[in-house]
Design a protein around this ligand. Structure first.
Ligand code: ADP
Length: 386
């Protein structure tokens, strides 16, 4: 009776243990499986498993490790836990941490192995998240260093321009033309400085989650025309053509959006189109696609290698580092534009082709961003026009 009582107690201990318990013979054939283990491995009862080889429940990727470990345990070289991927009855997998002991008979001959199995899916998940977070932090850190190196160049160049030409202006015998020329350079350098500072402030606000969206009814035709008039002198000054195409009538071209942000995105895209094109044309426009407007800026510029077409939307990334000293820029414009497009419920992407000079083809890029479309002024959706 006492024996029975002890056995009952033992069973209870095993049944309430959060870890699963399994016993195999020396060949690895399962002789016993605790209720926890049956549940963990996805079976209904022990009979489904008894007699089968334990390797059937180890994911094939872990067979070598399992065989190696069990041999080492037999030889007494391995203590402490090991991790495996378990193959459940339904074919899904999960991670366990296994502790095992070799069992012996009264004469100290090994008879089998006792396994304690702990489901560590949660821990593995947490580990994976930690690793991802760490990688992100390392990447961030790398980008920040690149950013600082970049910034010091970006800020120093216009600063040197301002100080250097202010110094030159002190010269008493300058002609009026020379003076105007120097003042022009100082103004340009100051503008460049201001742009950089604005970009840094914007990206900091975005990163800190402090950027707010000011939703307002906005007419996209008016925005496009404004941008067009604003940049027309600069584009034409470069000997390039500039055009725009508003594909909806004025009274149907309304969006509920943040006009400042749309303006910033368009400005960035057009500035880039100018900066990265030497000749040809720039076209500005939009098309209605489903519930969105797809606004585009198309250029006949240097194009962007396919491998870089995603990366350029990340902070501080420039497609062509070798060229950057010539063209200036901190690599922030597109990441700011992307953040804005997403805040406004849209998206931003590029289609681009590199020019092939020997074949005489010019390349070119078309940047698109989408915005949810509203319709008419009071917010009524426009019924499909004929
Ligand atoms: P920046 O122009 O200040 O370097 P952006 O974030 O605006 O930063 O652009 C990132 C990179 O994407 C640029 O350095 C350039 O390599 C590439 N790029 C952007 N627009 C164009 C374009 N229209 N044509 C070719 N390359 C472009």
């Amino acid at each position: 009776n006492e024996l029975k009582e002890r056995e009952e107690r033992l069973k209870k201990i095993i049944a309430t243990s959060p870890d699963g318990l399994a016993i195999t013979d020396l060949k690895g054939n399962v002789q016993y499986l605790s209720p926890q283990c049956i549940k963990m491995w996805g079976f209904n009862n022990a009979e489904e498993v008894i007699g089968r080889n334990v390797m059937e429940f180890v994911h094939p990727d872990y067979h070598t490790k399992a065989i190696h470990n069990i041999t080492e345990r037999m030889n007494g070289n391995l203590t402490g836990p090991a991790e495996y991927l378990v193959l459940k009855k339904d074919g899904t997998t999960f991670f366990v941490e296994t502790n095992s002991n070799v069992l012996h008979d009264a004469d100290n001959n090994p008879t089998g192995v006792l396994y304690f199995e702990r489901d560590i899916t949660g821990r593995k998940q947490a580990e994976a998240e930690l690793i991802a977070a760490k990688e992100k932090a390392v990447e961030s850190d790398r980008l920040k260093s690149a950013f600082l190196a970049n910034m010091s160049h970006e800020i120093r160049t216009p600063m040197n321009g301002i100080l250097g030409f202010a110094e030159l202006l002190k010269e008493p015998n300058l002609t009026g033309e020379e003076q105007q020329n120097y003042i022009g350079i100082i103004e340009k350098s100051g503008e460049r400085m201001l742009n950089i500072i604005n970009d840094i402030i914007s990206i900091s606000k975005i990163e800190a989650g402090l950027m707010e969206v000011n939703w307002q009814e906005t007419n996209i035709n008016e925005q496009i025309e404004y941008i067009y008039s604003f940049f027309k002198p600069e584009v034409e000054g470069k000997g390039m053509q500039f055009s725009f195409k508003n594909s909806l009538p004025l009274n149907e071209a309304f969006l509920k959006t943040d006009p400042e942000k749309v303006f910033a995105i368009l400005t960035n895209l057009v500035k880039n189109a100018i900066k990265y094109s030497e000749k040809g044309s720039i076209e500005l426009g939009y098309n209605k696609k489903g519930g969105n407007l797809e606004i585009y800026v198309k250029d006949t510029g240097i194009g962007i290698p396919e491998a870089m077409q995603k990366a350029i939307f990340k902070r501080f990334i420039q497609a062509d580092f070798a060229d950057k000293m010539a063209r200036q820029g901190a690599g922030l414009g597109l990441s700011i534009s992307k953040a804005y497009a997403e805040m406004l419920g849209g998206n931003i992407w590029v289609e681009s082709e590199l020019g092939n000079l020997s074949a005489g083809n010019t390349g070119g890029s078309t940047f698109y961003f989408s915005l949810p479309y509203q319709g008419q002024k009071d917010g009524r959706k426009t019924i499909n026009r004929l």
